[in-house]
Design a protein around this ligand. Structure first.
Ligand code: F6P
Length: 526
């Protein structure tokens, strides 16, 4: 694989960008030139419609983007992912999250087996045949995990609140800050609480600390260690470590090293989702993702949504000085979606070397951020409209609110969403007062779906997963490792040792030692 800048298309793209950036160029003039532009630059996969007509794209620039994709062997890279090739080259692993969504899993019988085990467990909790140590039904589930073992399940569970099974509440604890676990447990009864310990590696400090604290809390009431079996289950690739922690072997749900943490909500890591929304709905979530997988695998690059959107981001990062993308769901249930995407996007694309270890010659992953609309309009949209940053925006909206008797209110939400993308594109450039001038020429994508259902959410998440992969292939970086987070984990061990002994403290750098000494002095104060 070559560096993208070696593609002949790279130079052409630079010229297209210069053409689009000319002072007299107006993004909305593209609609005058091509009255069918909406049809030409939008597409649908399942129920998800993506409109990318408000981007700097025309047939000439699109041809160059597609040429770049060909030069970077994108079709072969897509096929390699689906075939289970070792595309995670630094960890010598496949990245086969798509296999978790295949309806009849002949390739991996262990996936179907695990789904069946999850289904039986979920059913038993729901029909109350699985009870706690006092024979009471489970009323609360606490998922303890962090990163990919928390963000996806937490976001999906919150997004699909309308589908929650009555009588069972699912909570998520991730932070090693004791306040997180404490604030959740304060409301719960140990006799009716089930803990799901979710950790691919089962070595993650935060999860260990929280799981141990949860067990202590539970045993204070339950007394007998044998009662743990009815209140603690675990999901991991490291089944021995989970068993060592004291999880009953019957309560272990496996996952596999070819599932990346941030791509794992489709695996047993999705257990809290299935507990929250029921197993049929969990299967709908998988089916929606599979619909997007088929679209990504089988659709020509020209009409392939993750491909088109990924190429546009590459274009902006390289030639428009774009440092970030804002994702704004006009859907309060999706408020956590940007936080979830931050791990998917930045842990995958925050890389500075290519797959062969050479330093990249282009910008790679930009910052991803956002909050639910319309709230964002009353905080950071000012910067999007008149600030100096070039920030492409992703809008997400649903035709139906899911709330009874809300048609008028929901139409206001949708009207705001559509108006913002129009305002970003067209602005108000003719205004005399410079303070009131809105330059426009700011691109956005709008995703619309009929309703926020498990299937549509599955499709939306899978679209972003594949968009991330497209960008990684063009940049020739590995989207599936995360070596950068290891250093902090190692350093935190020596820092922790510093609390316990003066010798370790003496070896610290002066700044860390100064801070640590002061923290220890204040620790004693009441
Ligand atoms: O933050 C680093 C990371 O390794 C993520 O990639 C992962 O999702 C998270 O920690 C949690 O890891 P685990 O599931 O192994 O506890």
């Amino acid at each position: 694989m070559t560096s993208p800048i070696d593609s002949a298309a790279w130079q052409q793209l630079q010229e297209h960008a210069q053409r689009f950036q000319r002072r007299d160029f107006r993004l909305d003039s593209l609609f005058t030139d091509d009255p069918k532009r909406f049809q030409h630059y939008s597409g649908q996969a399942g129920e998800l419609l993506a409109d990318y007509s408000k981007h700097f794209i025309d047939s000439a620039s699109q041809a160059s983007l597609l040429q770049l994709a060909q030069d970077q062997d994108l079709p072969a890279a897509i096929a390699a992912m689906f075939a289970g090739a070792e595309i995670n080259n630094t960890e010598q692993r496949a990245a086969l999250h798509v296999a978790l969504r295949e309806p009849a899993n002949n390739r991996f019988p262990e996936v179907a087996e695990t789904l069946n085990k999850m289904q039986q467990f979920v059913q038993a909790v729901h029909d109350k045949s699985w009870t706690g140590y006092t024979d009471k039904a489970i009323t609360d589930v606490v998922n303890i995990g962090i990163g990919g073992s928390d963000l996806g399940p937490a976001m999906v569970s919150e997004a699909l609140a309308a589908f929650h099974v009555p009588g069972l509440t699912v909570h998520f604890v991730s932070n090693v800050d004791p306040n997180h676990l404490h604030s959740v447990l304060a409301r719960l009864d140990p006799a009716t609480t089930l803990f799901v310990i979710a950790s691919k590696s089962f070595t993650t400090l935060e999860t260990h600390q929280n799981a141990a604290a949860a067990r202590r809390w539970f045993l204070q009431s339950a007394g007998e260690a044998s009662h743990v079996a009815r209140h603690f289950v675990a999901i991991s690739t490291n089944l021995d470590a989970a068993a060592d922690f004291g999880i009953d072997p019957g309560n272990l749900f496996p996952m596999w090293d070819w599932v990346g943490g941030r791509y794992s909500l489709w695996s047993a890591i999705g257990l809290p989702i299935a507990l929250a929304i029921g197993f049929d709905n969990f299967r709908e979530l998988l089916a929606g993702a599979h619909t997007m997988d088929q679209h990504f695998r089988d659709t020509d690059l020209r009409d392939n949504l993750p491909v088109q959107l990924g190429l546009l981001t590459v274009f902006y990062t390289a030639f428009f000085n774009a440092h970030s993308t804002a994702v704004v769901p006009y859907s309060q249930p999706l408020a956590q979606f940007p936080s979830y995407l931050q791990q998917l996007y930045m842990e995958s694309l925050g890389k500075r070397v290519r797959k062969d270890g050479s330093v990249v010659e282009t910008n790679t992953g930009e910052v991803l951020w956002g909050t639910a609309g319309t709230n964002g309009q009353h905080s950071y949209f000012q910067l999007l409209h008149q600030g100096c940053e070039f920030t492409p925006v992703d809008f997400i909206a649903f035709a139906q609110s899911g709330v009874a008797d809300s048609a008028e209110q929901h139409r206001h939400l949708l009207a705001n969403c559509l108006s913002q993308s129009l305002a970003l594109m067209s602005g108000k450039p003719g205004e005399d007062n410079p303070h009131k001038q809105v330059p426009g020429n700011r691109p956005s994508t709008t995703f619309i779906m009929p309703a926020l259902t498990p299937g549509n959410l599955g499709s939306l998440i899978a679209l972003y997963e594949h968009k991330v992969y497209v960008q990684s292939v063009i940049w020739d970086i590995n989207a599936f490792d995360q070596w950068g987070v290891e250093l902090g984990k190692i350093l935190s061990k020596s820092m922790f040792a510093g609390f316990g002994n003066a010798e370790s403290r003496a070896q610290l750098d002066p700044s860390s030692a100064g801070l640590l000494n002061q923290l220890m002095a204040w620790e004693e104060q009441t």
